[in-house]
Design a protein around this ligand. Structure first.
Ligand SMILES: Cc1cc2nc3c(=O)[nH]c(=O)nc-3n(C[C@H](O)[C@H](O)[C@H](O)COP(=O)(O)OP(=O)(O)OC[C@H]3O[C@@H](n4cnc5c(N)ncnc54)[C@H](O)[C@@H]3O)c2cc1C
Length: 473
C-alpha cells in the first residue's frame, strides 16, 4: 500500500521498532521521516558490536521462526545469505546437572535429576497445585499451571535473579507475557515438538545474522535511509513540544546544532517515563505515575579467551540462586565467525541500575564471572585475553504491584495527544521480542493516514492484538 505524504514524522529511538517504522513509512513514500537515536549506533538492546574480530550482542539474541511472514520476508530480503538458519543448542543447569534447552524427551529422561523428575510427576498426579490467590501473582499463576517442583527449583529462583524480586511480588501479567511454558500441558507440547514427525516447522531452530543480531537493525537503518529517511545518531532530545492536546515537534541537538523539528506525528519508542519527562507545552503528564514503572538493568561481561571455542553450546542458562549470572552465551557459536584462537563469552548479570553489581569494576566482574563458571562446573577458564563490560539500564520492565495503574495513567496521557504514538518495547512497557516490536511498527504504518492523522480505531485494535504476544527465550 502506498501512502505518499509530505507530513513530517519524527521517530524517537533507533532500536528495531523505530527503524522498522522508518523503513515502512519511507518505502511507502513518506518524504519527511527522521529517526532520533540517543546512542552512537542503531539497534538499541538488539544491537551488536565487535570484540577482537567477533560480533557480539547485548546478551543472547536470536530471531525466532514465529516472526510474522511479511516481516520475515523483509528481513530475509534485506539480509540475503547473511541470515543463517541454525539449530538451537543450549543447556540449563538444574540441581547440578545439565539439561538440553530446548527440552528434548530422551535427554530429559537421561539427565533430569531424579528428585526433580519424581517431584514433577507427583505434582501432575496428585494435582498438588497452589490454591487460587486473589489477585493472582506471578508465583500463584505459575504454581497453579506447573506445580511446586518446576516453580521452586527453576522458575522462582530464576525470576528472583532476573527481576530482583520474590515471585510473589510480581504481577500475574509477568507470567502471562513472559513464560511461554506456563502450564504442564504447554511444556509437554514443547517437549514433543522435538520429536521427529511431530516437529512443527522451525521448532528447535532460530535465525541469526552472520555479523551479529544487530545486523537486522543495521539493514533496516540502511534500507530506511535508501528510501529517504534520515537517521540522526547521538541526537540529544531536549523536549517533545506541542500546544494543549496537539504535538507539534521535537527540540533536539544534532551535531552540536540545536533545532526544532516540526512533526505531524511523533512516533516514540523511548521509555514512556522518559517521554513524559520530555513533554513541553502540552497537557501535563501524570509524572507521579513514572515512579510506578521500574526497570531491571543488566551488566554484560564479555570475556575474550585465548581459545578457539569454550563449549559447543550457544547458551547456558543458570536458574540456580547460588550463581549470580543468569545466562552465558558464546557469540561465535551463533554467527560461525572465523576467528582462530579467540572466542568471547557473554555473561548476563541482571541487577539494579546504580546498585552494587552495576558499579563493580571490570576486574571484579571478571572475577565474579570466573567464580560462577567454576561453581557451575565449567571452569577453570582458559587464559583471558581481555574483558569488556556493557551496561543496559532498561533490560526488563518490572511488573510490580500497581504498575498497571501507573502505565494506564501515562498511556492515557500519551493517547490523549494528537500527534503522539508510543510503541516498541519501551514505549509500551512490555517484555516483547524483537520481531514483536518490529511487527508493531508495521502495524503502525497501516494506521497513519496520508494526511498525517492516526486511525485511532485501527491502532487500538492493533494494540489489543499485541497483548497476545508471549516472549520466546
Ligand atoms: C538480555 C536480553 C536478551 C534478549 N534476547 C532476545 C532474543 O533472543 N530475541 C528477541 O527477539 N529479542 C530479545 N530481546 C529483546 C530485544 O532486545 C527487544 O525486543 C528489542 O531491542 C526491542 O526493540 P525496541 O526498538 O522496541 O527497543 P530498544 O531496543 O530498547 O530501542 C530503544 C531505542 O531508543 C533509544 N532511546 C532511549 N532514550 C532515548 C532518548 N531520550 N532519545 C533518543 N533515543 C532514545 C535507545 O538508545 C534505543 O536505541 C532480549 C533483550 C534482552 C535485554
Amino acid at each position: 500500500m502506498t501512502a505518499s505524504s509530505a507530513h513530517p514524522l519524527v521517530i524517537l529511538g533507533g532500536g528495531p521498532a523505530g527503524l522498522a517504522a522508518a523503513y515502512q513509512f519511507a518505502r511507502r513514500g513518506w518524504r519527511d521521516v527522521t529517526v532520533l537515536e540517543r546512542g552512537p549506533r542503531v539497534g538499541g538492546n538488539a544491537g551488536s558490536f565487535v570484540i577482537d574480530g567477533i560480533p557480539v550482542d547485548f546478551g543472547s539474541h536470536r530471531l525466532h521462526p514465529s516472526t510474522a511472514p511479511a516481516l520475515m520476508a523483509d528481513i530475509k530480503a534485506l539480509l540475503g545469505d547473511d541470515l543463517l538458519d541454525r539449530p538451537r543448542h543450549g543447556r540449563i543447569r538444574l540441581q547440578g546437572r545439565w539439561v538440553h534447552f530446548p527440552l528434548k524427551p530422551v535427554d530429559l529422561a537421561l539427565r533430569l535429576p531424579p528428585a526433580f523428575a519424581f517431584g514433577v510427576l507427583g505434582d501432575a498426579l496428585t494435582k498438588r497445585f497452589a490454591h487460587e490467590v486473589d489477585p493472582p501473582t506471578f508465583a500463584s499463576l505459575l504454581e497453579k499451571g506447573l506445580g511446586k517442583t518446576i516453580c521452586r527449583e527453576f522458575y522462582f529462583p530464576y525470576a528472583q535473579k532476573l527481576w530482583g524480586l520474590p515471585p510473589e511480588a510480581l504481577d500475574a501479567e509477568q507470567a502471562r507475557r513472559r513464560v511461554a511454558n506456563s502450564s504442564l500441558g504447554k511444556m509437554v507440547r514443547r517437549v514433543l515438538n522435538a520429536v521427529p514427525g511431530l516437529k512443527p516447522p522451525g521448532a528447535g531452530r532460530f535465525f541469526y545474522p552472520k555479523h551479529g543480531f544487530g545486523q537486522i537493525a543495521d539493514a533496516f537503518a540502511a534500507a530506511a535511509a535508501t528510501a529517504g529517511a534520515r537517521i540522526a545518531l547521538n541526537a540529544d532530545v531536549h523536549a517533545v513540544r506541542g500546544e494543549g492536546t496537539r504535538m507539534t515537534g521535537v527540540d533536539v541537538t544534532i551535531d552540536g546544532a540545536r533545532r526544532t523539528l516540526p512533526a505531524r506525528q511523533v512516533l516514540s519508542t523511548i521509555p514512556l517515563t522518559v517521554l513524559a519527562r520530555l513533554a513541553s507545552g502540552v497537557t501535563p503528564p501524570p509524572l507521579e505515575a513514572t515512579k510506578g514503572l521500574g526497570y531491571r538493568g543488566m551488566v554484560l561481561i564479555y570475556t575474550t579467551l585465548e581459545s578457539h571455542q569454550f563449549t559447543e553450546f550457544d547458551a547456558h542458562y543458570f536458574p540456580e540462586a547460588h550463581l549470580r549470572i543468569s545466562r552465558m552465551s558464546e557469540p561465535k557459536n551463533y554467527s560461525l565467525t572465523e576467528r582462530p584462537g579467540r572466542t568471547v563469552l557473554c555473561a548476563e548479570l541482571p541487577c539494579a541500575v546504580g546498585g552494587a553489581e552495576w558499579t563493580m569494576s571490570d576486574q571484579d566482574l571478571l572475577e565474579l564471572f570466573r567464580g560462577d563458571i567454576t561453581r557451575a562446573g565449567l571452569g577453570p577458564l582458559p587464559p583471558v585475553a581481555g574483558v569488556f563490560v556493557a551496561r543496559i539500564p532498561q533490560a526488563y520492565p518490572l511488573y510490580t504491584e500497581g504498575y498497571r495503574l501507573a502505565f494506564d495513567a501515562l498511556d492515557a496521557w500519551a493517547g490523549g495527544l494528537d500527534g503522539l504514538v508510543t510503541f516498541g518495547r519501551q514505549g509500551l512497557f512490555v517484555h516483547d521480542n524483537t520481531h514483536h516490536t518490529m511487527a508493531m511498527a508495521y502495524a503502525l504504518a497501516d494506521c497513519v493516514r496520508p494526511d498525517g492523522t492516526l486511525d485511532r480505531a485501527a491502532w487500538s485494535a492493533a494494540r489489543t492484538s499485541f497483548e497476545a504476544n508471549v516472549v520466546e527465550d
